[in-house]
Design a protein around this ligand. Structure first.
Ligand code: GLA
Length: 379
């Protein structure tokens, strides 16, 4: 009897082993359960991502899954910029922005419009008459009003917040001498905010810029916001882009910058977060308009990010989130500029064709150590 039992067990156990192996092959173990970012930070701020057409036309299935799982706010990377949505005087192209807005609505997300007034990605015709001469202040104001009413008006009540003006300041805190500034004058910001408010009184309106962590630029930003507020402009928040390097800005600079704008009674939005891990050829503080040839030294991680760098990136993200969490009362939203590493503009800027690793999800959509580093920062 005993022998029989033993023999049965010898037969049963190997058979179970085979079944287990088969089961493991047929039903691979569920991926390790990650909490959704939007749930981890639900009591702190919204978690956003900048989307490209692959996301909102739902061609990039993996990207769509990540966005739907982890994010509760979206910003379009490009399709609402003037050059794309209003390429010719009498032609608007709303096919892509319509899809973008519907994508967010179907998922109950906070939808951000980016951007109504910028010196980049704005066609030349906006500033010129038929002979190529600069238009008058009145004509440009009229064009600005028409553009804002048409674009912000179309999504009235559906786009919840607008980056009304993007990047009006120089690195030293003075006003950028853009065509907007030169033709309309320093009050172009005030005018743009009023038009946007009239077009959609329910939308929150923001001023958005990069490198406001530079003390001089931050001081210029604070002055600018004070002037807008003194003029009675309905500004709800400031966007700190946060296109960061591994060692810039410092935690202290980020902390001081958030505090400076929060002290003005504004909500702070981190609007374009990423961390560039590749070598730069410009110094922080310079306007990074460089285009240099790519050498292997400038593109060192084509085969993958070494573990030590991956860990350093995770540490960098953790320290940034510690600052954001410290200011959770002032911060409304933290938006990443892209979803997975392969999407990022930093693969092509400031040089074309590099392999960069600036975000939380790798090229195959897998969460990187930086993901757990920021969720651990919440504990
Ligand atoms: C700026 C703009 C964004 C985008 C990024 C880089 O920060 O505000 O719209 O163009 O640069 O992709």
């Amino acid at each position: 009897m005993r022998q029989l039992k033993a023999r049965r067990l010898r037969i049963v156990f190997p058979a179970l082993g085979v079944i287990c192996v088969l089961a493991a092959v047929t039903f691979p173990a569920a991926p390790q359960q990650q909490r959704a970012l939007k749930d981890v930070f639900k009591d702190d701020f919204k978690i956003g991502a900048a989307l490209n057409p692959g996301h909102f036309f739902e061609r990039n299935k993996l990207g769509v899954e990540i966005v739907s799982t982890h994010f509760n706010s979206i910003t379009p990377e490009n399709v609402l910029k003037w050059a794309l949505v209003h390429p010719e005087p009498k032609r608007y192209d709303f096919a892509a922005p319509d899809r973008f807005v519907e994508f967010g609505e179907r998922r109950g997300m906070f939808i951000v419009g980016h951007t109504l007034v910028w010196h980049n990605q704005t066609p030349r015709w906006v500033f010129e008459d038929e002979d190529g001469k600069p238009v008058s202040r009145e004509v440009l104001l009229q064009r600005l009003r028409e553009h804002i009413f048409t674009v912000a008006g179309r999504y009235k009540g559906r786009i919840h917040g607008w980056d009304v003006v993007n990047e009006a300041l120089n690195q030293d805190g003075t006003m950028r001498q853009s065509a907007w500034f030169k033709i309309i004058g320093p009050d172009y910001l005030e005018q743009a905010f009023r038009f946007a408010h009239e077009a959609d009184p329910s939308a929150e309106l923001y001023y958005n810029d990069y490198d406001l962590e530079l003390p001089a630029k931050r001081a210029g930003g604070v002055e600018l916001i004070k002037k807008l507020k003194a003029a009675g402009v309905p500004i709800a928040g400031v966007g700190l882009q946060n296109h960061n390097l591994m060692d810039w800005p410092s935690v202290a600079d980020e902390d001081a910058t958030i505090a400076a704008f929060a002290a003005l009674g504004l909500k702070v939005h981190i609007t374009e977060l990423d961390v560039d891990v590749l070598p730069r050829t410009t110094k922080p503080g310079a306007d990074y308009a460089v285009d240099v040839p790519v050498t292997p030294q400038l593109n060192p991680y084509v085969q993958g990010l070494p573990d030590a760098k991956q860990a350093a990136l995770a540490k960098r993200y953790a320290e940034l989130f510690q600052v954001y969490l410290k200011h959770r009362d002032a911060i409304e939203r933290v938006t990443f500029w892209g979803v997975a590493d392969g999407d990022s503009w930093l693969n092509n800027w400031p040089m074309k064709g590099r392999t960069n690793y600036p975000l939380l999800f790798d090229r195959s959509g897998k969460a990187k150590p930086a993901f757990s580093a920021i969720t651990d920062a919440r504990r």
